[in-house]
Structures are given as structure tokens and as C-alpha cells.
Design a protein. Structure first.
Length: 126
């Protein structure tokens, strides 16, 4: 039912003086559609839980445990102490996003590596 609904989803925009033709919505969330944001959040939750389980949380000592993944809607932060764990999480995120026919925006991607309290300029994830 959902596939039929979204496969035929069309939208148009209006201003005071102009209305566009109907266009197929191929990507993104339909503005004004109540089910689209809910489905997006559900899909992201499944992806994040699957990825988070691939790496152990960080023990920050003193009983403080930091989960390897922090997220708010589509903003994701990965916190790992090992390069190979970070790479594994990025690869898993990418695979699951592709599986869901979703994609990251490379222009919005940022990475920072911190070693011994200082930014390490030599480690970059792409």
C-alpha cells in the first residue's frame, strides 16, 4: 500500500500568480504529507540501530559509557576511538542507506579526528 502511494506521488507549487504543472516526487519528503516524516524517522531509526550494534560503546572511565552513534533526524555523529571501527560504521551506514534508497549529501559531510586532545590533520574519512 505504501509503495503504491509513494510511486504515484505528485505535487505542484502555487504562488499568487502562478501554479506549476504536476511533477513526480522522486526523492525527499513530501511537504504537507503527514506520513512521509513518520516513515523517514522510522527508516532512520532502523538504520541507526543496525549500525550502532556493529561497534561497542566507548568507556570514558568513571562509569561513563558513550554510545558510538549520536543522531538527530538526519544529522549523525560517529564517536569511535579506533579508525577501523569508524570505517566499519561508515561502510555499514552507507550500505543501509543505499538499501533504503537513501543517500548522504557529501557536500554536508564533515570529519574530525582527535588524538591525545588535538586535531589530527592526517586522518580524513571520505
Amino acid at each position: 500500500m505504501l509503495e503504491d502511494y509513494f510511486n504515484g506521488f505528485k505535487m505542484r507549487f502555487s504562488t499568487e500568480s502562478y501554479t506549476t504543472d504536476w511533477i513526480n516526487l522522486e526523492v525527499g519528503i513530501a511537504m504537507g504529507c503527514t506520513v512521509s516524516p513518520i516513515l523517514f524517522v522510522l527508516a532512520m531509526e532502523v538504520i541507526l540501530r543496525a549500525v550502532e550494534g556493529s561497534v561497542s560503546p566507548e568507556d570514558l572511565r568513571g562509569g561513563c559509557i558513550m554510545p558510538p552513534l549520536k543522531a538527530f533526524v538526519d544529522d549523525i555523529t560517529i564517536l569511535c576511538s579506533k579508525k577501523n571501527e569508524t570505517r566499519r560504521m561508515l561502510n555499514r551506514l552507507d550500505a543501509l542507506m543505499n538499501w533504503n534508497r537513501m543517500s548522504f549529501k557529501p557536500k554536508k559531510f564533515r570529519s574530525v579526528s582527535i588524538r591525545k586532545g588535538k586535531v589530527d590533520e592526517y586522518v580524513c574519512y571520505r
